[in-house]
Design a protein around this ligand. Sequence first.
Ligand code: PRX
Length: 649
Amino acid sequence: MTDKKSEDFIADSQFEPLKPSAKFAKSARVNDDMLFREAQNDRLAFWAKMAKNLKWNSKWDRILDDDKPPFYKWFTNGKLNVSENCLDIHINNGLGDKKALIFEGEEGDTQVLTYKQLLKEVCKFSNVLTKLGIGKGDAVTVWMPMIPEAIIAMLACTRIGAIHSVVFGGFSPEALKDRILDSESKMVITADGANRRGKVIPMRNAAEQALEECPSVEKVIIVKRTGTSYKTKPGRDLGWSELMADANDRFEPVNMDAEDPLFILYSSGTTGKPKGILHSTGGYLVGVNTTFRYVFDHQEDDIYWCTADIGWITGHSYIVYGPLSNGSSTFIYEGTPDYPSRDRFWELVEKYKVTVFYTAPTAIRSFMRWGNDHVDKRDLSSLRLLGSVGEPINPEAWLWYHEHIGKGKCPIVDTWWQTETGMIMITPLPGLTPLKPGSASWAFPGIEVDVLDDNGNPTEAGQRGFLVIKSPWPAMLRTLHGDPERFENTYWKQYPGLYFTGDGAWKDKDGYLWIMGRVDDVLNVSGHRIGTMEVESALVEHPAAVEAAVIGKVHEIKGHAITAFVTLKEGYEGSDELVQELKSHVGKKIGAIARPEEIFFTYELPKTRSGKIMRRLLRDIAEQRDLGDVTTLMDPQVVATIKEGYTEK
Ligand code: PRX
């Protein structure tokens, strides 16, 4: 790793750390270093204390079982049920009539479910699932728009002990198919269609393309959302409302072991095959329950809005399980921020008096570009706390967010974490941490991280290195579904005994952590993780492409934009039509989020003498930087030619 770039130093030194206001700090859940001290004193005792905030039906006999690293277990032999902790306990505490879920659809239709009502729906759906033969340990794929039924389905799975695998609604049927097959799901829950910017996107018909090749799926449940027609497959397809109409609204939660799998969530890695990240019941819930409470400073009357989709880990941990296990009111919106107009989010903040708002830097950069008028015409005075997640937030976007959305009074929690970590790992605590725009500040209490150099030594302040997690944490992934070897190789081999995050970072002189993004072949496009290999595999499946190299080119809004360098088979000519065709091909294979922004044809790719594609050089070309050392290349002429062609383009 080279030394830190000068911009980083500017970000570091330009701003005085911003202390929380006395008013905010006074009523904040955390306004002193008590939690840090407790965790420092005895990390495991700290997590055990946190675990006591949940309802356990039998207590664990060991907090952490570290007998077989990296296959750690937490709260062994403890028994609990996630849906019971998200619903029943609050009703028993007198919060039955409190709003649990507030929903607004793209067309302005609304639905509010109190804790009592949500429990009834979840129990009804638990009975539906059970009647259809789904039980403990069965996998269920959820491919749905952002509607309450998606959350009801997830919670019902947890109530009966089934393992949900939620697939982002924007993924293509092919990507859905791969995930259904890998998880061996017996059931798929979907909708007839989804509303997207005033148009209807058929989902059930698209799902059929996947289902045709998924023999393990016995039943498909379809929510009627858009009224889109589809041909029912008798015996397999069933309507959500018909099933729910006469379902019993009571269902005893199934007692689950702390280590029973809770869900699988697929995420991109450095190979063409997505990883089925497996989370388990007890530790995960302890992790998200604790971090939600302290990072978002949970207050009883909060209306909390996380803008993520349910198909990503942020949707799992901080729309569903974190907020609901704390008895919060969680708001969900079906649509995008720019439809029907670019003030849609702020209209919703005003209408629902949202108090805590959690979004991604890519969205913030779009809001900035759209101009302040959309923001200024709405009353955002209900907001008291803002959050950011998914990618590094540039100080300029941070400052804009702070000034224009937070009106200078809302702290911003820049939260670093991953699908694998399950819970927020590095973050400010809003009533305590002085904020530096662009830094996620320090590790959460009970979490131990460091930045290491190539030799495994901690870096000096200001020196770049690799971000690692030094000790197990409750919500950590347990393995990769069906591939424990890949789990070990991906995360635990670079620095034996430590978890390798795949991110570069540096610490400043005050111990603040500055995350620089991925150091592996994974891109972060609009806060979503996409593997370069996945896109490359999709490209070379097209008959015209022989070889492809995909890189992330720095992009003003998206963070990274996918740029592909493609060599063509003999007989094919590069043309605008072929560019379009290849882009659509990738969209069809993976989903619109993976469509390359730019495709460039080249007769050869730069490779080392051992045949490894040097993506770094392609990145330098795309971002118009001087090329560094090219002597290790098999044919140094190749980069010169690509550079010439790319610059002229
Ligand atoms: O590179 C980091 C970036 O997102 C990656 C994790 O992606 P994913 O598993 O899809 O989860 C995203 C939502 C938790 C990380 O390896 N990342 C996430 N949050 C931040 C971040 N980079 C910098 N700052 C953050 N706050």
